[in-house]
Design a protein around this ligand. Structure first.
Ligand code: SAM
Length: 195
């Protein structure tokens, strides 16, 4: 594997930056390849790891990605430069809830604050192309979504409840066909139904 990818993984471990798990990212990259996805919106850049890896799948791919943490945003910009992908990855240094986009995307990848997934989905759904897909990471939240609630701290319990609500929302949403794959930390794939 490219040493620059390994360096990003090492940086993430050292600085406790949560990036996608190995089998989660492999799943995502295979999905992008198989479905010939070209325009991607990502919520939660962190240090640019997943944005860069998605972009490297095919030279026609472009990624718009949003990050609100300055240090991570700056590290992402450095990494994107190292790969020479400045022309294909646009990083918006903003809170995703303050971003207004008019473009449409084939894939919206939600990987930001877990307690806000439902709000992210509702806000950015209008930017999804007609037959697009919304992919959500961490739906399993380190196995905690199936844990006994009593054993969890108040904060974690709140997060778990919100993730469970989100999963139910996806499963009951008549406009999308959702499958949750037990890879990485639980990856939800919601394909917009053809009407
Ligand atoms: N997708 C990245 C990867 O796999 O390489 C990992 C993203 S990390 C799990 C989540 C990131 O989302 C954090 O860096 C956090 O600062 C950012 N984030 C959380 N809520 C956000 C928001 N409302 N707007 C923008 N960024 C947000």
């Amino acid at each position: 594997m490219d040493h620059r990818i390994k360096e990003m993984e090492a940086y993430a471990t050292l600085h406790h930056v949560p990036i996608m798990e190995h089998d989660g990212i492999s799943f995502l990259l295979d999905y992008i390849k198989e479905h010939h996805i070209q325009r991607i919106l990502e919520l939660g850049t962190a240090i640019g790891y997943s944005a860069i890896r998605m972009c490297l799948v095919d030279s026609a791919i472009t990624v718009t990605t949003i990050e609100r943490d300055r240090e991570r945003y700056e590290e992402a910009m450095r990494n994107i430069q190292k790969f020479g992908l400045e022309n294909r990855i646009t990083v918006l240094f903003q809170d995703a809830f303050e971003v207004e986009l008019n473009d449409t995307f084939d894939l919206i990848f939600i990987d930001a604050a877990k307690s806000q997934y439902l709000k992210f989905f509702k806000k950015f759904e209008k930017n999804l192309s007609k037959h697009g897909v919304i992919i959500s990471d961490n739906l399993n939240f380190h196995g905690l979504v199936h844990a006994d609630e009593v054993t969890l701290s108040r904060n974690v319990r709140g997060m778990v409840r919100k993730l469970n609500q989100y999963t139910q929302f996806l499963e009951n949403n008549p406009y999308y066909e959702t499958t949750i794959y037990p890879v990485g930390d639980g990856v939800g794939v919601s394909v917009r139904k053809k009407v």
